[in-house]
Design a protein around this ligand. Structure first.
Ligand code: DX5
Ligand code: ZN
Length: 215
């Protein structure tokens, strides 16, 4: 399984130092929140740009914003590799995902816990990754919602039945135990924020996640 530590739980005054502590992870997960789509407000494109020289990892930008189309060009210039947009924030989802791909980035569609998988079926042939939220977005440190496991499994079955090859990412409440459930259901990438950066040794937490996923 690929790991995506979320800098939402890192030290905002020392982000460059904190991402060095998780250099063994495949992705860096960057939660961009606008205070509208979700109540919380984090950081924007300038932080992506500032971090870019500090890491060669895949920058996995999770946009929890209204009108995400307006920041795609700037995100590409800032060095984003993969951009996730919420189904719930995109009335013209097909166009938005196409725009991400045309800019040369990988495209991801994200669904909230209350949103069924069936609504994104029409765009599954277009995406590189699907993010099934395993908590309601907005904050770190929430408990994993086990009712999302059935959706992960449903998506994994659909992917296999249709010969598609997108990654299935999970985000929210991931620790060394819940990662097992997500993997068993079919997830291939796991985001973890508080479990990794809430610990003294984030690198050791990544190792614990890898061991959990391997069991
Ligand atoms: C929540 C964010 C997550 C968050 C996860 O809206 O999308 O990426 O950092 O935090 P944990 O792992 O603490 O649930
Ligand atoms: Zn996220």
């Amino acid at each position: 399984m690929k790991l995506a530590p979320s800098i939402l739980s890192a030290d905002f005054a020392a982000l460059a130092d904190d991402i060095k502590k998780v250099a063994s992870a495949e992705y860096i997960h960057i939660d961009i929140m606008d205070g509208h789509f979700v109540n919380n407000l984090t950081f924007g494109v300038n932080v992506v740009k500032a971090l870019r020289p500090h890491s060669d990892q895949i920058f996995d930008c999770h946009l929890m914003v209204d009108n995400p189309e307006s920041m795609l060009v700037d995100l590409q210039k800032a060095g984003a590799d993969l951009v996730g947009v919420h189904y719930e924030a995109c009335p013209h989802l097909h166009r938005t995902l196409t725009m991400i791909k045309q800019l040369g980035m990988k495209a991801e569609v994200v669904i909230n816990p209350a949103t069924p998988v069936s609504v994104i079926e029409p765009v599954l042939g277009l995406v590189d990754q699907v993010l099934i939220m395993t908590v309601d977005p907005g904050f770190g440190g929430q408990a994993f919602l086990e009712e999302t496991l059935a959706k992960i499994n449903q998506l994994a079955i659909y992917k296999q039945a249709h010969g598609l090859d997108f990654e299935i990412e999970v985000d929210g409440g991931i620790n060394d135990q819940t990662i097992k459930l997500a993997k068993k259901a079919g997830a291939t990438v796991a985001v973890a924020g508080s479990y990794v950066f809430g610990a003294e040794n984030p690198g050791a937490r990544l190792q614990a996640l890898r061991e959990g996923a391997a069991q």
